[in-house]
Design a protein. Sequence first.
Length: 82
Amino acid sequence: VPSRDEMVDNDDLATLLEAEKLHCQFVDNDNYRDWPARLLKERPRLRDWFSNFKDALHVAYYFDNAGNFTPLKELPLPAAAE
């Protein structure tokens, strides 16, 4: 997402919009702490979705010493793998 000076954190907003649209996990190390208040006035539907699903769908991560992607919580298996 291109940066725009008048819109702070537009990458976070784009991430949330796509995750809501697809109702899927979103992988990001942002803690999104201020987003519920930011969304309340301008995007109440997205705020409701975010409030209901953030804990279940937000995946924070780190890269270990070998450069491997490591989520900070266990991810569910894809439906085909169950």
